[in-house]
Design a protein around this ligand. Structure first.
Ligand code: NAI
Ligand SMILES: CCCCCC(=O)/C=C/C=C\C=C\C=C\[C@@H](O)[C@@H](O)CCCC(=O)O
Length: 318
């Protein structure tokens, strides 16, 4: 089915996207092609966290100079593109992901592209309090603090619905609470901003993906509540959510299998994709810059689709 391949909306805009093509899916009913993968492992890699030893001064006067970001699910897809946007704007970035081999390879490529001392890779599953906490501590130890967190890691698997809740919603809550411990101005932190990756399915239902939809609605609600909580409490931390429509990533492959017991609704999903269109990871990721740098943005849900961006307004229930 052609729509599961790259569309006219998608252009090869950077290396990140060049590394992420070949995600065609024989949808509905079939299996996708395997992605092109990055290459060799570094035998010298021994720790779960790795970073280069020297730093670069290329970043002076950039929007995020002196800032440190943590990105979960940073090795592929939207998280990888967010990582590049943050690096391009001067931040240092800790990449957290379960995929250690590709994480290490990516970090080395980023080191070459953006300068040494700008990145740190930590193997961390957002389901693990211990691993997540250790990654935050390593980031603080390495870069001196944390200013930005992108809670981005997520999966789509209606069959493994408990795991979907554990990663997509509980992982965001866990990351946010850990970040609040590090960033809270009332506890010696320097304040900061959290961007939670939700989805357009966090704003309206995706009928073929009820659990995924629930997690993303949860992320939107949690984000808005924590934003208000932080403002009322004087923590100096803003919390916003990014809500992309359909994006061509690994998650957007082999859809019928991911729908599990709802796979009979694959055709309806195809029709929605055809109606709404798809966007690229860089078209999504570029929007984090505004949410990060604009200090008036707190508790925002930013929808990003082929039609453009839109800050969502919610009905008042008071
Ligand atoms: N692709 C799409 O159409 C859309 C995706 N999203 C959301 O964007 C976020 C990123 O998705 P994609 O880039 O599309 O996915 P992807 O599958 O391309 O990349 C996900 C990354 O997260 C990592 N990851 C998975 N489970 C993890 C865990 N437990 N702990 C740490 N890292 C983990 C993976 O190794 C991978 O590097 C997700 O939250 C997803 O729900 C939102 C709207 C649309
Ligand atoms: C099946 C692949 C899911 C990929 C992951 C993801 O998060 C993508 C979500 C993309 C879009 C979700 C759209 C939800 C739309 C509903 O709210 C629907 O009610 C809107 C109907 C709009 C219309 O004009 O028909």
């Amino acid at each position: 089915m052609g729509i599961w391949r790259r569309t006219k909306h998608e252009t090869m805009t950077n290396n990140n996207e060049q590394n992420q093509q070949t995600r065609a899916v024989d949808f509905p009913g079939g299996r996708g092609q395997s992605r092109s993968r990055q290459t060799s492992l570094d035998p010298s890699f021994e720790s779960s966290c790795r970073h280069p030893s020297t730093s670069s001064d290329r970043t002076a006067d950039m929007a995020l100079s002196g800032k440190t970001a943590v990105v979960t699910g940073a090795v592929m897809g939207i998280g990888r593109a967010m990582t590049e946007v943050l690096l391009q704007n001067g931040a240092k970035v800790a990449l957290l992901d379960v995929n250690e081999s590709e994480g290490k390879t990516l970090m080395e490529a980023l080191e070459k592209q953006y300068g040494q001392g700008r990145t740190l890779f930590c193997k961390a599953d957002v389901q693990s309090e211990e691993q997540f906490k250790a990654a935050f501590e390593k980031t603080t130890e390495t870069f001196g603090g944390i200013d930005i967190l992108c809670n981005n890691a997520g999966i789509l698997n209606e069959g493994l619905w408990e795991k979907t809740v554990a990663i997509n919603l509980m992982g965001v809550i866990r990351g946010t609470y850990l970040a609040f411990e590090h960033m809270n101005k009332l506890k010696g932190g320097r304040g900061g901003v959290i961007i939670n990756t939700a989805s357009m399915a966090g704003l309206g239902p995706l009928p073929s993906c009820p659990v995924y939809t629930a997690t993303k609605h949860g992320v939107v609600g949690f984000t808005r509540a924590m934003a208000a909580n932080s403002a009322l409490s004087g923590y100096g931390i803003r919390v916003n959510t990014l809500c992309p429509g359909f994006v061509q990533t690994e998650l957007f492959t082999e859809i019928p299998a991911r729908l599990a017991q709802h796979s009979h609704l694959a055709d309806a999903t195809v029709q929605l994709v055809e109606k709404l269109g798809t966007i690229t990871v860089s078209e999504v990721a570029q929007h984090i810059l505004e949410l990060v740098t604009d200090e008036t943005k707190n508790g925002e849900a930013l929808l990003v689709t082929p039609a453009g961006k839109q800050y969502i307004t919610f009905p008042s229930v008071a």
